[in-house]
Design a protein around this ligand. Structure first.
Ligand code: CU
Length: 139
């Protein structure tokens, strides 16, 4: 076991991380207890030297987790599925927040309003990063 751990450490040292991503959890917002959909909000900061891209997300709590943005069309606010994801330049942050970009949760299992949601974010370079978001109802 000790040997395996050591060889892992060497492997990591041999391939320095090209993209370093820091995720600051926001919340998993639902409109009411038991709501079948919701949105996840958080901030992603790229502290590395290369651009990275958030390409998707998933959670055991929802059938689908999609990257969405809001657009104004003829005076109406609409949500769009952003299939290419969001690029995060080196040193930049991406805020997923109310009224803007967000992770849409569809086919949501009833969430405990006092509980948390585990969300896996998928990045082109940084791979998968798991984040725990507190569930939030409208204030
Ligand atoms: Cu949406």
């Amino acid at each position: 076991m000790k040997q395996i751990l050591l060889s892992c450490a060497f492997a990591l040292a041999a391939f320095p991380a090209l993209a370093e991503i820091v995720v600051e959890p926001g919340e998993a917002r639902i409109s009411r207890p038991g709501a079948p959909s919701g949105a996840a909000f958080l901030t992603v900061t790229n502290t590395g030297d290369l651009a990275d891209r958030l390409t998707g997300a998933r959670t055991d709590a929802a059938e689908k987790a999609q990257l969405h943005t809001h657009v104004h069309e003829d005076g109406v606010m609409k949500m769009l599925h952003v299939e290419d994801g969001f690029e995060i330049a080196a040193g930049e942050s991406l805020a997923l927040e109310r009224g803007g970009d967000h992770v849409m949760l569809m086919g949501l299992a009833p969430l405990d309003p006092e509980g948390t949601l585990n969300l896996t974010l998928i990045f082109e370079n940084a791979g998968e990063i798991e984040v725990e978001l507190p569930v939030a109802l409208p204030r």
